[in-house]
Ligand binder design. Structure first.
Ligand SMILES: Nc1ncnc2c1ncn2[C@@H]1O[C@H](COP(=O)(O)OP(=O)(O)OP(=O)(O)O)[C@@H](O)[C@H]1O
Ligand SMILES: [Mg+2]
Length: 227
């Protein structure tokens, strides 16, 4: 089976006043549909850069990135943002929820950004179903400030799922959570891959969680040293 994602000799260099920063130095990686991968490595090793690149939020300085057999690095901005809106959901360490909105409205915001409604099911119903799916039906109408950190991250996961993406990218999703909530969020992400066939790529510093993943990609100094 062709991989969902293929990176070939991908480099990312930032031009800085003090000289170039080579964040990624020639990455060759494949990710298959339905796979769950943890990306680990010390601070500054290029994990977030790799994740943002996979999420089409930043472009490689060199090399080729194929998504579903399509070469993304030659696409224009509109094509890239369409692909991102249809196929990719993001989860961040600090949740990025809108404090003034209740959890249903926070989840619904994803549709506005992506412009891609899911499956013909009215979006409000889908948002409600997703919040049930992540175990938050008892928190409808609550705003983020009225939730625990673990609950906020589960709202963010529901939001990432609203448009029915095939790829979920999570940058240290358990970084602000205690062990119990972290384990819960990890189980949720695992089940998206195991039960729903989503491709999940998670950056983490938590080695205990990483070791539970089917696959671990380790970066050091902008290079893959284990995959
Ligand atoms: N926008 C940017 N401009 C310049 N340099 C950057 C930029 N983003 C990242 N870098 C540099 O690229 C390297 C990789 O950064 P990156 O954020 O990918 O690391 P990381 O592995 O995610 O680290 P952490 O575990 O601390 O989050 C670092 O040396 C960083 O300083
Ligand atoms: Mg990072």
């Amino acid at each position: 089976m062709d991989p969902l994602i293929r990176l070939q000799e991908v480099r990312k260099t930032y031009a800085m006043p003090g000289g170039d920063v080579q964040a990624l130095k020639g990455i060759d990686l494949e990710f298959h549909e339905g796979e769950f991968t943890s990306i680990v490595g010390t601070s500054g090793s290029g994990k977030s850069t790799l994740l943002y690149l996979l999420g089409l939020l930043t472009e490689p300085s060199d090399g080729v990135y194929w998504f579903r057999g399509r070469q993304t690095d030659v696409m224009d901005d509109l094509e890239r943002s369409r692909l991102r809106g249809r196929e990719i959901g993001f989860v961040f360490q600090s949740f990025h929820l809108v404090p003034q909105l209740d959890i249903e409205r926070n989840v619904l915001l994803a549709a506005r950004y992506a412009g891609a409604p899911g499956n013909g099911v009215p979006l409000e119903r889908r948002a409600t179903e997703l919040l049930e799916r992540v175990g938050l039906s008892h928190r409808f109408g609550h705003r983020p400030v009225e939730l625990s950190n673990g609950e906020m991250q589960r709202v963010a996961i529901a939001r990432a799922l609203l448009t029915g993406p095939s790829l979920i990218l999570a940058d240290e999703p358990t970084g602000n959570l205690d062990e119990e909530n972290g384990a819960h969020v990890f189980e949720l992400l695992t089940s998206l891959s195991n039960d729903e066939g989503k491709t999940v790529i998670m950056v983490t510093h938590d080695m205990q969680l990483a070791e539970k993943s089917r696959r671990v990609v380790r970066l050091r100094n902008g290079e893959v040293i284990e995959s």
